[in-house]
Design a protein. Structure first.
Length: 273
């Protein structure tokens, strides 16, 4: 039988290493907890009107005002609901149309210029995603006035970033052999795109457009808050008139419209992908 004698210095060094790791993790987690506590203190504890929440007209009393429905508002919901749905559809189609040149510029393997046009395409993708749809709606309301048109343009501009980014990445991941074969027989850029690239990215692009349309239904429901038409505008009017039952009716209409969009997008994905 052989006895293994460990080096005391090696054991001590391992213990020191464990202590250092434990101390490091303790400091890291302590810093994270202090940062979270500081954020909660600054954004919740200090900025909240606790007397309003804890008083007689507290949270439950405020929420209970929305527990009834103003059925007299039902006829007025039809046109804004249709308008909201059409805003999402038209805005998505327009955004898909705008996304094609941006994706073409932002795909490294097909862009005409990697030094100028490629950074431009990527910048347009980031710009579209960085600006919120409400901000886009405010810009277009000031440009073209109130109504559904600024909402459609805002949804289109917001959709460009997501659709073009996914499309550009799909183009960059294609199999280069069909593209090289078309170019070898004298195919032009349009033929390369139509016959070599589009068939490979078609499922990804179609799934992305359907998903973006599903999201745009939610976006279009709040566009009216800044005067861009649809259910959001009706919601804003009901809030201004303190008609809490009408607000609940509009929220219910938005919920049903979103559920309808979920069902349609589900069957669309199953049917075409």
């Amino acid at each position: 039988m052989f006895l293994t004698i460990q080096n005391p210095q090696g054991v001590a060094s391992q213990l020191d290493l464990r202590r250092k790791r434990l101390t490091k993790m303790t400091l890291i987690w302590g810093g994270i907890i202090l940062f979270i506590a500081w954020c909660v203190s600054g954004t919740i504890i200090q900025d909240t009107d606790w007397s309003r929440i804890g008083g007689r007209n507290g949270v439950l009393a405020g929420i209970s005002r929305y527990f009834w429905l103003d059925l007299n508002l039902l006829p007025e919901l039809i046109i804004p609901t249709l308008e909201t749905f059409m805003m999402a559809c038209v805005g998505t189609v327009l955004g898909c149309f705008f996304s094609l040149p941006v994706a073409w510029l932002g795909a490294a393997n097909v862009t005409p210029s990697k030094t100028i046009l490629y950074p431009l395409g990527r910048f347009l993708m980031v710009l579209s995603r960085s600006v919120h749809e409400i901000v886009w709606a405010l810009i277009f309301v000031s440009a073209v006035g109130l109504g559904a048109l600024p909402g459609i343009l805002a949804i289109a501009m917001r959709s460009v970033g997501f659709i073009s980014k996914i499309t550009a990445e799909a183009i960059e991941n294609i199999d280069a052999k069909p593209v090289e074969a078309i170019r070898a027989v004298g195919g032009n850029q349009f033929q390369v795109m139509y016959y070599g690239i589009l068939p490979q990215i078609y499922p990804v692009v179609l799934a992305t457009v359907i998903f973006e349309w599903d999201i745009n239904i939610r976006r279009s429901a709040v566009m009216g808050l800044v005067g861009a038409g649809g259910l959001g505008l009706l919601f804003f009017r009901q809030m201004n008139s303190f008609n809490y039952g009408g607000v609940s009716m509009v929220i219910l209409a938005i919920l049903l419209l979103i559920v309808l969009g979920e069902v349609i997008s589900h069957y669309l994905r199953k049917a075409v992908i």
